[in-house]
Design a protein around this ligand. Structure first.
Ligand code: PMV
Length: 313
């Protein structure tokens, strides 16, 4: 008889359109092959713990604080709605925290999936999205929901206003590299919004220009033709720089990625810290090794990754 339920949910990277998506343009994101694993087992009380290397942080679900607070909040609501009690959840993440790679959404998606599976509750994707978004709203006021949607569904995801869909996409490799500086999404969204207020015309033109690239990038990804994505990433980085989302560290990482041979590179997510992504020219790892030698928090991911998976052990 199984004693544990385990769920694994992926992180995400935004390929194109961050910030502009907040103002009505489209964005494309992919699920990564790095993610969060949650293990749930029956216990006397409700507890949550997070394992990161040798560090373990534990708390009662009722009074979890800090980075455990959002996922604990989703779990509390889920347990309450289903009149459940007595579960211990252990979360192990491969995703750097507060780096714009969707670690908080992947934590809630995996934790809620594992708990519902442990208690034999069939949870629709829509319900799972609802519970995961409770945590996301706690992290920053008005989340677009990209992270939770990608973590649940996997694949290449198109987002515009209320539309979210998974699109066909041939597999490709993507460098994801963490600057080591945590980013603050709310702060960066306000910074970009104040650029829009100061320079409405420039903002509109940049937003339209980035948005106009999206259909060709989608067509390219469907056929496995990547140069259009590389060019769009380079252009998108310049636009994000102008609206104030990048910083010197990210710009330097983006430049260095191109210097060692990546075809395209850009910051990803809210910026002001967090990560960059880069697209290799061909399927060899030479440029990755060169890049990693200078920026060690780098992963060469196979994308698009799969959405959340759950099993009993
Ligand atoms: O939180 P991040 O780093 O994944 O950035 C979110 C992307 C934004 O477009 C800046 C905000 C949003 O909610 O879409």
């Amino acid at each position: 008889m199984p004693t544990h339920a385990v769920a694994r949910a992926p992180g995400k990277a935004i390929l194109l359109g961050e910030h502009f998506v907040v103002h009505g343009a489209s964005a494309l994101a992919v699920a990564l092959d790095i993610g969060v694993e949650a293990k749930a087992e029956r216990a006397e009380s409700n507890t949550i713990s997070s394992v990161s290397g040798k560090n373990v942080t534990s708390a009662k679900i009722e009074d979890a604080e800090g980075f455990l607070a959002p996922v604990a909040f989703s779990l509390r609501q889920f347990l309450k709605d289903h009149s459940l009690n007595g579960v211990a959840i252990k979360i192990t993440s491969e995703i750097p925290e507060s780096a714009g790679l969707g670690s908080s959404a992947a934590s809630s998606v995996s934790a809620i999936s594992a708990v519902s599976n442990l208690f034999g509750i069939e949870l629709s994707k829509k319900k799972l999205y609802h519970y995961s978004m409770l945590a996301e709203k706690m992290v920053h006021g008005k989340p677009s929901g990209i992270d939770a949607f990608v973590s649940i569904n996997g694949g290449l995801v198109y987002v515009r206003r209320k539309t979210r869909k998974v699109l066909p996409c041939r597999p490709f490799k993507l460098l994801v590299s963490y600057s080591g500086m945590q980013r603050n999404t709310g702060l960066m969204v306000s910074k970009v919004a104040s650029f829009k207020e100061r320079e409405p015309k420039s903002f509109r033109n940049l937003m339209r220009a980035v948005n106009a690239l999206v259909p060709d990038v989608i067509a390219g990804l469907q056929k496995g033709e990547l140069p259009i994505l590389a060019a769009a990433m380079n252009f998108n980085h310049e636009a994000l720089k102008i609206v104030g989302a990048s910083n010197e560290t990210l710009d330097e990482m983006v430049r260095y990625a191109r210097k060692v041979g990546f075809a395209g590179s850009k910051m990803t997510g809210a910026g002001g810290g967090g990560c960059i992504i880069a697209l290799p020219k061909q399927d060899n790892e030479e440029e990755f090794e060169k890049f990693k030698a200078i920026y060690p928090h780098s992963f060469l991911c196979n994308v698009p990754g799969e959405g959340v998976k759950c099993w009993l052990v």
